[in-house]
Every structure is written in structure tokens, then in C-alpha cells.
Design a protein. Structure first.
Length: 247
């Protein structure tokens, strides 16, 4: 007889926090377009004497922190896909079919949205701009793009998404292993920030590009979790959970 898989009751989800914080961050980012913050931060990593960004040709930033680190995350994604496929055939994995399915879907969506948005927005990279030795004209995110033969492909931040996409692991673990889930969140956030800083040092992205990426990745992973895994306690389940033993 087929075994019945019992899904865990989800921990309470504070939508005011999960949606409110990203919404506030997005509003702040739009308002920051009225300032020179992005340019000021980019100048910290630009060497006017050399005429280039300090990390533009760094072996460690390009080959290790960019290429190899991306390959590691891709490898993790492959293992997640194999794990999900295994839930159809391996009894020990079957109870985790939804979690692994949510993980795979979140990883896929949180990385695949980047390239189409880059093509649509056509935002230039810092290293392409006149202020940093390039030939392109700077324009704010919500402003029309100046005419050019080489449209930009720098918003949102692609490599930052490689790190922030691991928010998916936080949600996959949230209901079964909450402590490990918190550690996964810290790891994903920290990795995304390190990747972001590395690309800023190379002149590949402005600060705001990467924060937008974090917002999108969070919302995508949150949405996948809500529709696939989220199972709030019903009234009966909530009473049973809080009732004293023996009643």
C-alpha cells in the first residue's frame, strides 16, 4: 500500500514583514535615483590614474569569486534537480517531494528572470559609462535610454542573483528545520552581498542593481513557497497543537 506523506504545518508567516520590507526597499531605491549615491559608491572602486576599476582584471574576483563560485551554485542546483527526480523513485526522499520541488522551481525562476529583464531595461554597466572611461551616457533606471549602438545589459545584477537565489533554501527548510533555515538565510544574504561587492569592484554593476536583484529573488522564492509549501494550521489543528497532553 502507498504510504501517506504528512506535510508539516507551516510556521506563521508575517506577510507585513515578508512583503513590506521589500516594498519599502523598492521605494527607497526609486528615491535614491534622485541622488548620486550609485555614482559615489562606484567612484570608490575606480582608479582615475589607471583609468579603470580596481577589480576589473582581478584574477580572484573574475575567475574565483565570479566563475568558480557560479559553477558551485550551478552544481548545487543540479543536485537539487536530481534530488527532486529521486523523490519519484526513492522512498526515503518521497516525504520531501514538495520541498525539493519548491527548491528547484525557486532556483530556476530566481535566475532565469535576469537575462530577459536586462534586455528589456538596457541599463548600462558602470565600466561602459563616460564617467569611468567608457563611451556610453548614464541614465537613471526610470529614464529613457540615450541612443546607442550597444544597449546595456546590467540591470538587474546577474551574479548577485546567483547568491540571492539561495533564499530558496531558506524557504525549503523553513517548516521542517527552522534553525537550519535561518542559517541558510544568513548564508544566502551574505553570499549575495559578497558577489555584489565583487562585481561593484569590477565596475560591472551599481549598488542599486544588486539590491533590486535581492528584492526580486526574495519575492520569487516567497511566492514559490506560498503556493507550494505554505500550509497554515486550521482551527482544529491549532487547538490540537496547543491543547495540554492527555486532553
Amino acid at each position: 500500500m502507498p504510504s501517506t506523506v504528512v506535510r508539516p504545518i507551516s510556521r506563521p508567516l508575517n506577510f507585513w514583514v515578508c512583503l513590506g520590507v521589500p516594498a519599502i526597499a523598492a521605494i527607497v531605491l526609486v528615491l535614491l535615483e534622485l541622488t548620486s549615491l550609485d555614482m559615489d559608491l562606484a567612484r570608490l572602486f575606480y582608479d582615475p590614474v589607471a583609468g579603470d576599476f580596481i577589480g576589473r582584471h582581478s584574477y580572484w574576483l573574475e575567475n574565483i569569486l565570479h566563475d568558480r563560485a557560479k559553477q558551485v551554485v550551478i552544481g548545487f542546483s543540479v543536485f537539487a534537480i536530481l534530488g527532486f527526480i529521486g523523490t519519484f523513485f526513492i522512498d526515503r526522499l518521497k516525504p520531501f517531494k514538495r520541498e525539493l520541488g519548491c527548491l528547484v522551481l525557486s532556483l530556476a525562476l530566481a535566475t532565469s528572470f535576469v537575462t530577459p529583464m536586462k534586455a528589456v531595461t538596457a541599463v548600462q554597466c558602470p565600466w561602459s559609462l563616460e564617467q569611468f572611461g567608457g563611451h556610453e551616457t548614464y541614465s537613471e533606471l526610470l529614464s529613457p535610454r540615450p541612443a546607442t549602438n550597444k544597449p546595456g545589459r546590467c540591470w538587474p545584477g546577474g551574479h548577485a542573483a546567483t547568491g540571492f537565489t539561495l533564499f530558496a533554501l531558506f524557504f525549503a527548510l523553513r517548516d521542517r528545520r527552522p534553525r537550519l533555515a535561518r542559517q541558510a538565510f544568513i548564508f544566502a544574504f551574505g553570499l549575495g552581498m559578497v558577489f555584489s561587492l565583487g562585481r561593484m569592484m569590477q565596475g560591472a554593476h551599481f549598488f542599486s542593481h544588486n539590491v533590486w536583484t535581492a528584492i526580486f529573488c526574495w519575492l520569487i522564492c516567497l511566492g514559490s513557497y506560498y503556493y507550494i509549501l505554505y500550509r497554515p494550521a486550521s482551527g482544529v489543528e491549532a487547538v490540537a497543537k496547543t491543547a495540554p497532553v492527555g486532553t
